[in-house]
Each structure stands twice: as C-alpha cells, then as structure tokens.
Design a protein around this ligand. Structure first.
Ligand SMILES: Cc1cc2nc3c(=O)[nH]c(=O)nc-3n(C[C@H](O)[C@H](O)[C@H](O)COP(=O)(O)OP(=O)(O)OC[C@H]3O[C@@H](n4cnc5c(N)ncnc54)[C@H](O)[C@@H]3O)c2cc1C
Length: 577
C-alpha cells in the first residue's frame, strides 16, 4: 500500500453497485476471506424498486448459501412451482400449446427491494462495509490497471477517494467499468426492448392452468409477455421493512415455530399486498409500437393480440406502483456484453458483465452463479495473480454469455408458428430438465447451471439460428426445418439412461416420460418432486408438506386443502371481473 494513502480509504476489494449480484459477491469474498477489507459503493440511498422477480432453483440455492433459510424466504416472498409457456398470434383469440415445467422445486417470485434490503443486512453482518448514496464517477477514477482508485461522484477531488487492490464492477446495466474501458458492446443480431408495470388481479381468467403458482409467459411472433405474481412490500416504509427483515434474518427457527408473514408485518408496522408484474419484451428490430411512452407501447402489444387482450381484462393497473417513479418502466436494446470480463485490477459480475433477454428468469440465476465463480477467482487472484484465476473466469463468462445469447436468439426466431415455438422450447426444457431433477435432489451444485455449455445442447440452438437467421420479418414459418434439428436431439435424449431415470413426465404437464405430448393432461399426470397447495384461508400457494400456512398461519388441514394448486388465486381475486 502507498504510504500516502490512509488505511481508512484502502480496501482489498471495492465493489461498484450494491444490487443482488454485487452484494452476493461481496458476502462470499468476505465470508471466505475474513482478513480482506471489502467495500460496496452503491449510488442509491436505499434499495428501491427493480424489475426482475422470477427465480430459478439456482437463485434459491444461492440465497440459501448466502444465509437465508427457507422459512424466511416463505415469509417475504410468493411460492412458485414452475414456468408456464403459452403461444398466441394476432389471428387467434386463443392461447395455444401450453408447455410448462412444474412441480420441480419450491422457488419464489421475489420483489427486489426486500431482497436487496435482506442482502444488505447479511453483507453488513459478515463485515462488508457498505456506503449507500455513493455513486462512483468513472471519468475521474483510475480503473483497469494496477492500484485502482475510485472517486465518488459529486465529492471534492481528493476528499473521497478509495484505493484498492481490485475493483469488482457490479453496476448492472450501467456497466460502468466496461464502458470506461471501451469493452462494452450491444448485441447486434436480435436485441430486445421491454415495457412493464405492476397490476392487481381482479379475477381468474378461467384458462385452465393459468392460475398455477408459476411465472407465465405468452410468446408471439415479435416477443413475449410475462406475468409474475408477487407479495409486494412496496407500501411499507423502508425503516419499518428494514427493521422487520433484520429481525427475521436473526430468527433461525424451524418452519413450525416461525411466526407467519402476517405476524411479522403487524409487529413492525409493515404492509403487503398481492401484485402481478406484467411486461412485454419485443424484438427491437420488429418493435413497431407507436411513438409514445412505455404505457402506450405496453398496451399496443396487448391490443395487437386478442388472447392477451382477453387475459388483461382480469388485471387492473396499480396507481403509483413504484412510489413516485413512473408507473411504466422500459428499457431499450437490453442485451449487452463485454469483450473482457476480468483483467489487471478488475473483474465484472451480473448485468455489469453481460445481460441477455430475461426469458427463462436467468438474470439472477446466472448473475449469482457468476458472483460465486468471481468470488472464488478473487480469492485465488489475490493470493497469486500468476495462477490464472482471472483468465479462467474471463473464459467462463465468454462461454456462458455466448450460450445464453444463442439459446435466446433460437427461441425468439422460432416463434413464427406454434410448432416452431414448441419444438425449440422442448429442446431447451428437455436438455435442462434432467439437471433440474438432480438439483431438486441436491445432487448438482458446482457445474454451469442447466447443462448450458454441453456441446450437443448448444449445437441445437446454433443450428436453429442458422436455419432461421435470414428471416428478418420474423414471419416465415421454418418449423419443418427446425423440427429436423430438435427431433433428432429429443430422440437422442429420450433413450438415454439419465433421461429415463429422471422421469421427465413428472415435470411437464402435457408430456409423458418419453417426451410425447398428450392434449389431455390427466392421462399423463403423476406426482412431481414438489407440490404446492392452496391455503384454505388466504388462498396463497403453500408447500404441501407444511402443517401451517407461512403467509397467514392457518392450519393446512389436508382435508380442507384443495389438491395441487393449479388454480390458487392471489388473495382477493374473484371469479368474474
Ligand atoms: C425487463 C426485465 C425483466 C427481468 N426479469 C427477470 C426475472 O424475472 N428473473 C431474473 O432472475 N432476472 C430478471 N431480470 C434480470 C435481473 O433484473 C438482473 O439480472 C439483476 O437485476 C442483476 O442484478 P445486478 O446486481 O447485476 O444489477 P442491478 O440489480 O442492476 O444492480 C446494480 C446496482 O449498481 C448501482 N450502480 C450503478 N451505477 C453505479 C455507480 N456509478 N456507482 C455506484 N453504484 C452504481 C445501481 O444503483 C444498482 O443498485 C430482468 C431484467 C429486465 C430488464
């Protein structure tokens, strides 16, 4: 350390950005290396609304490793048992070809503000220093070389400098480090936009399977809509919510002894209500929505598709959903990457490193996976930079980004017809599901999630992109050619011992163990690994093995409980609008 620099401004690791991924990284580095000084610089004064609420099993595994318990997660968030995919077109008022993955594991739909408050509390409790309301000015900082130095925005020159051995960029879509080093790139093939808001469900649309506790996706030729049911704490003042979450995280009691969500919230003066995050993500090159704000653009897509228009009759806007921020959010050309993810004195994680379209809820899952790998690489690099941990990390992120981007592009390009939609989706699901089953049984935790990099799996999507790549309109139906690629892959998968053993039909409502579709789901119904049932009192989805509802505290008398919640409505929803 340079003698001129006071110890108070010198850190081993400085993290730019205190979102979920930056905090996850900081917790891991500090917990595994208590001797290191770790600082997080976050420009927002306190965690506020962020988009991105559906989680996968990898996200939950990470949250548990970072210090949450399942009873705590059940108090804060809404249970989710899978992902549902539907298809529609402007020519029909029906949702066709439902494909879903269900009954795999207990995961959650997470509102981001409480999650980030909780991660902040966990980070502080293990010795990470956090400075909120402190934006890093990259123009005045020294980055990407030995002896990095960070300057805080708005502060007089030397007064607020931080020196460190290593900077981790976790600044999300701002990607401050990549932009400052000139390595930031937008994806050029198929990029996507997004428009969203929060809604209240007024009644059940009565589409069989729609009300199941899943993230619902409706795909159409230009893009897709998401529907994510949340327990929203947005109306709770931050000091109350922070006090409640702090006390909850200190409470390590087992499920049966843990007070319910209602008890926690009334004890700390917090309020919560059911909400649904709904958004649309069209291809940027086909986004012909009219000029205007995000609201006009969102409703343009609702109006263009009669089946979506029908579903939206059962949802109403929430007034002032994000406490003074605009009611509709938007982002343009969201996919980006960097030509370098680690180098002398720096590495990047989460959305700061790269971001692909949020289809399949992979943002948090892969962000947290990368944070874990980055923490490992950091420890190795700080011990001996010659070991090459950063080069390994850099290569890993390049491969993960390429594979995720290719999968996304293949999916978007296949949506010209319901057949193409189903073929590529099933290739993705069948390839990944064998591992989902292993994860559900706690067998896989160390590899790149969901067989993403398996060459055979990756090649299917590369082939689909090649077949469909010249169709700029998104309209040409290439499903016969696509099927030639995906059918071969599915044929190989279905005869492999691992697939046979996994009994994938357990996780797919309309498919049997041989991956053959049955329109009548009852013909192929079988118990999965996880089942959610509706609480007889509050109607929230509850893990069927629990004796009491974690939300309201009601006894889950098996006689009173309706069997699998394919139709658990959120709270106050009525039958007709
Ligand atoms: C439309 C949409 C829908 C999505 N849906 C899902 C989903 O359902 N499931 C899912 O898993 N993921 C989803 N995602 C992705 C998910 O939101 C992100 O992957 C996740 O937020 C990444 O977390 P992060 O910590 O990397 O970045 P962020 O959460 O963006 O955190 C970055 C932090 O850095 C701070 N910061 C920025 N600049 C500076 C600076 N100069 N100095 C200091 N601090 C700074 C910011 O204030 C912010 O708090 C979605 C994304 C979008 C766009």
């Amino acid at each position: 350390m340079n003698k001129e620099i006071g110890i108070e401004s010198y850190y081993d690791v400085a993290v730019i950005g205190g979102g979920a991924v930056g905090l996850g990284y900081a917790i891991r580095v500090k917990r595994d290396n208590p001797e290191l000084r770790v600082l997080v610089l976050e420009k927002a004064k306190e965690p506020r609304f962020k988009i991105g609420e559906s989680t996968l099993s990898v996200t939950i595994e990470n949250l548990l490793e970072l210090g949450f318990t399942m009873p705590q997660l059940r108090r804060l968030f809404t249970v989710k048992s899978g992902l549902g995919f539907w298809y529609t077109d402007s020519a029909t008022d029906e949702l066709v070809s439902p494909v879903d993955v269900c009954n795999t594991e207990e995961t959650f739909q997470v509102e981001r503000r409480p999650m980030e408050i909780a991660l902040t509390v966990l980070a502080q409790s293990c010795g990470v220093e956090i400075r909120s309301g402190t934006g890093v000015s990259t123009g005045r900082s020294l980055l990407g070389g030995p002896d990095p130095m960070l300057v805080m925005r708005g502060s007089p020159a030397a007064a607020n400098q931080v020196h460190c051995r290593l900077v981790c960029d976790a600044s999300g879509p701002a990607s401050v480090l990549a932009r400052s080093l000139g390595t930031h790139r937008k994806q050029k093939h198929i990029n996507t936009n997004a428009y969203w808001s929060h809604f209240r469900k007024t009644a059940s649309p009565r589409v069989p399977g729609w009300d199941a506790p899943m993230t619902q996706h409706i795909c159409f030729p230009q893009g897709w809509f998401w529907f994510i049911s949340l327990c929203s704490w947005e109306s709770s003042p931050t000091p109350n919510l922070t006090a409640m979450i702090g006390a909850l995280l200190n409470d390590r009691r087992e499920e049966e002894d843990m007070p319910s969500r209602e008890e926690w919230s009334s004890r700390f003066g917090c309020t919560h209500s059911p909400r649904v995050s709904i958004g649309v993500s069209p291809r940027s090159d086909l986004d012909y929505s009219p000029p205007g704000g995000a609201r006009e653009r969102f409703w343009h897509y609702v109006d263009a598709y009669p089946a979506i228009q029908e579903i939206m009759r059962y949802y109403e806007e929430v007034p002032d959903p994000y406490q003074g921020k605009p009611a509709y959010g938007y982002l343009k050309e969201i996919e980006h990457y960097s030509t370098s993810y680690a180098g002398e004195g720096f590495l990047s994680v989460g959305d700061a490193a790269f971001f692909v379209n949020p289809l399949f809820s992979k943002g948090l899952a892969f962000g947290m996976f990368c944070a874990k790998e980055a923490a490992r690489a950091t420890a190795g690099h700080l011990k001996d930079p010659e070991r090459g941990d950063f080069a390994t990390y850099d290569r890993l992120l390049h491969s993960v980004y390429r594979a995720l981007s290719m999968e996304n592009e293949a999916l978007y390009r296949s949506w010209a017809s319901p057949a193409g939609f189903e073929q590529v989706l099933m290739a993705k699901l069948a390839g990944a599901l064998r591992e989902v089953r292993n994860r559900a049984e706690s067998l896989v935790h160390e590899d790149v999630p969901y067989r993403l990099l398996e060459p055979r799996h990756a090649k299917v999507f590369a082939d689909v992109v090649e077949l469909t790549g010249d169709d700029g309109s998104g309209r040409a139906d290439r499903s016969p050619q696509i099927e030639a690629v995906t059918a071969r892959y599915l044929e190989e998968l279905r005869t492999e011992p691992e697939t046979i053993e996994a009994r994938l039909g357990r996780f797919l409502t309309h498919y049997d163990d041989n991956l053959v579709r049955h329109e009548n789901a009852a013909e192929v119904a079988q118990p999965g690994v996880f089942t959610a049932v509706a609480c007889p009192d509050c109607r929230q989805a509850v893990n069927a093995t629990l004796g009491r509802c974690p939300a309201c505290g009601q006894d889950m008398d098996p006689c009173l409980t309706s069997s699998p919640v394919n139709d658990a409505a959120e709270g106050e929803a009525q039958d007709e609008p």
